[in-house]
Design a binder for this molecule. Sequence first.
Ligand SMILES: [Zn+2]
Length: 79
Amino acid sequence: MSKGNRSKIDNLGRVVIPKSIRKALDVEANSEISMYVEDKKLIITKGYQTCSICGSKDVTYQLKDKFLCSNCINDIKSL
Ligand SMILES: [Zn+2]
């Protein structure tokens, strides 16, 4: 895997994933990816992150190392 790639975020929040990293992750245009923060680092993984409780792809919250959808958040709030 390559390392040391540098990039800037544009004014719309976009960043280019270098070709060498796309190749290492085996992702291409229109591939599904997930992004989350871990130890103040941006982690990008192949495929969609799913809700840690119900498995939904509509993840909207990250709580430590868990990912939650809004339905499960609402269920937790109503406990
Ligand atoms: Zn859920």
